[in-house]
Design a protein around this ligand. Structure first.
Ligand SMILES: [Zn+2]
Length: 153
């Protein structure tokens, strides 16, 4: 939301301030804050800047993990269930790294549905965040792998 919109919603006349100038925008921001300020609401948002954790968190850079052997990756993160029947699917191809996420082809032995399982690992300060998704296999793709499913790793 822009400053002018915020002022408008708070019934503050923004016209009297010099728009997009440092002083005018600062004074208008102050007027908005005066209307919104509630010390009780701010309390839970205040963090302890004397604690080392505050700076650890501040300086932590989220990284996308591009190594399937990373110790925080669980084997279950690499398993997929069939999006047609809900049973466990079996991987039929190697994991491939594409656009910072891994994908591999899967087949469901129950309903023969084929799909790509896609998984991305983001290591955040709070821990590993796993994002999984299913992509359709383009029609006309070579089907020869179907009879020779590989053991899932
Ligand atoms: Zn299925």
């Amino acid at each position: 939301m822009g400053l002018s919109t915020a002022a408008q919603l708070l019934n503050i006349d923004a016209e009297v301030y010099d728009h997009h100038r440092a002083l005018g925008d600062s004074l208008l921001s102050l007027q908005c804050l005066r209307k919104l300020y509630d010390p009780e609401m701010l309390k839970p948002l205040i963090q302890d800047a004397t604690a080392q954790e505050f700076y650890d968190k501040l300086l932590f850079k989220t990284v996308i993990i591009c190594d399937l052997n990373h110790p925080l990756i669980r084997r279950s993160d690499l398993r997929f269930t069939c999006d047609s029947c809900g049973r466990r699917a079996h991987r039929t191809g190697d994991w491939q790294l594409k656009n910072k996420s891994y994908r591999a082809e899967f087949v469901c032995w129950h309903c023969h549905h084929r799909f790509y399982g896609r998984v991305q690992f983001k290591l955040k300060y709070e821990g590993m965040v796993v994002k999984k998704g299913i992509l359709p296999v383009p029609s006309g793709k070579d089907q020869k792998e179907e009879q020779d499913p590989q053991e899932e790793s």
